[in-house]
Design a binder for this molecule. Sequence first.
Ligand SMILES: [Fe+2]
Length: 302
Amino acid sequence: MARILIDVNRPQLTATTDEYKALESGDILYFPQTPFELAAEERAFLLGQKQAGGTLHKNISYRPAIDKLKGVEADDPEQFRRTHEIMRNYSQRAVAFTASFLARYASTWKLDFASFRPIEEHGRAAARHARNDLIHVDAFGSRPSHGNRLLRIFTNINPEKPRTWVTSDHFDELVRKHASEAGLPKPPHFWSRVRSKALAAAAGVGIPVVNRPEYDRFMRRFHHYMKDNENFQQTCRKDRWDFPPDSTWIVFTDTASHACLSGRYALEQTFIVDRRGLVFPERSPIAILEKMVGFPLTARSA
Ligand SMILES: [Fe+2]
């Protein structure tokens, strides 16, 4: 995997076709200086969360679509209000920058959550499938992507320490080596086709069912397979990346396998990029998988 360095002072701060290609293939776009504003006072407030008495959650999350903050105790209204304001500001600036740098996606993406990660990742206790220090590709259990892609922008606001990642192969290489052992989707039989069409139709008219297509089921299975597989974790190719204080990076975490080994105090905004907005759609996980199995994996591809 490669980390593509982006100078924030270059004349045109918009992604080139080569940069879109690298990003969509699973490389990391890396900005040694954060390319949008984060006021010193806002950073200091977030770093002081613990000292201010707020309970430390794994995540403080902000949902831009409904302007809602989660993960902060509401018993201190002023602390809650200020955290909400800072997360809203962060989300808006991260979105504005990404919409300008990756303008090709902005008309079709859906804004997902923003988060602040205040806990040291090294040694953090978590259930195996929730661990960040095991190499994996992302697949959201509760929010199926239907073949659309998970794009994330991260900023390390730790004033002293880097955030350290290890990455392995891109998605195409990983599935070539491991997908059959993880369990590739099987051709759907008649009743499962009827069932998924009915679920898609129900979801389409707003009935609250979770319509999880084959694609999302495979991606979740593959996520678990990677984290459960000790041999893979020990023997796979590894590249180590330190993201120093005040750096920012952008990555498709459904294609770039990754683990976070250490670091605390990162901000992150997620986007669900519509597959129709991709510059190289043939490099998306769904295209790679559908080519392997030879049949559609979501209702939309059928
Ligand atoms: Fe992840």
